[in-house]
Design a protein. Structure first.
Length: 103
């Protein structure tokens, strides 16, 4: 899984996950943090802000928007995405960020 695929999976999981209780709060908090980081890093892309506000869940759309960016190289964003996936869908994803570079 590429880092962009990781971010896309996390965006979809965060927008669609509905765990209850403390897990739900953790997922919502992590999703909000990921959206904030993406919004900051891609500030010049109004379509990103609109999609984040609308909580778009279409992975094809997200790939179209993110594939031509360097967001997959942003360590903070990929770490947030990995954390979100680890709590929204535990055990489903195993990601190695040792080769990730800071933007």
């Amino acid at each position: 899984m590429s880092n962009v695929e990781l971010v896309v999976a996390a965006l979809v999981a965060g927008a669609t996950a509905v765990p209850e209780g403390a897990d739900g709060e953790a997922v919502r908090g992590s999703y909000t943090a990921l959206k904030g980081a993406l919004s900051h890093e891609l500030a010049e892309r109004p379509e990103v802000h609109a999609a984040l506000e609308a909580e778009v869940t279409d992975p094809v759309y997200w790939h179209k928007v993110l594939d031509d960016t360097d967001i997959g190289e942003d360590v903070a964003v990929t770490e947030l995405a990995q954390h979100l996936l680890s709590i929204a869908e535990p055990g489903k994803y195993n990601v190695d960020l040792r080769e990730a570079k800071s933007a």
